[in-house]
Design a protein around this ligand. Structure first.
Ligand SMILES: [Zn+2]
Length: 147
């Protein structure tokens, strides 16, 4: 449920460039991960080197083709074009949502907690959370089937 709420909020994440547009005083709008680009939502979730490395690892893990998009909505639609059976497509969709959430959490850990974030740490968190979420959901559906 938290993740569904998160999806609804996805387009309104308070990245540095959107805070600057609202005249909130910030030191720099540069991405905290790479420092090369201004931080926009697309940058955090897709185009940043950190995000690209994470998506590359996730597509290999899920055995899907590499992702070529600059649009967060495209990521949320990926499972529809995956040619997976329905249940596997749903699981892949969960992995995509968890990945977006973990990228945002990693960004906040960098900005607010000064934590050093690595691709490996983000990817292993995505795998752990995805497993728990999918396992939890399949457990619930088995229960209702037996009922
Ligand atoms: Zn970046």
């Amino acid at each position: 449920m938290g993740i569904l709420a998160w999806r609804a909020e996805l387009d309104r994440v308070p990245v540095l460039t959107s805070l600057a547009k609202r005249n909130i005083r910030i030191v720099s709008v540069d991405c905290p991960a790479c420092g090369v680009m201004e931080e926009t939502a697309e940058h955090v979730f897709i185009t940043c080197g950190l995000a690209q490395a994470v998506w590359q690892a996730i597509t290999i893990w899920c055995k899907v083709p590499p992702i070529f998009t600059f649009n967060i909505r495209d990521i949320l639609e990926l499972h529809k074009y995956s040619k997976f059976p329905k249940r596997k497509a749903n699981s892949f969709y969960a992995v995509c949502l968890v990945s977006l959430w973990c990228l945002w959490k990693a960004r906040n850990d960098m900005v607010f907690n000064g934590m050093a974030i690595t691709v490996d740490s983000v990817v292993s968190e995505i795998k752990g959370l995805s497993y728990l979420w999918v396992k939890n959901r399949s457990g619930v559906s088995q229960l209702s089937w037996e009922d």
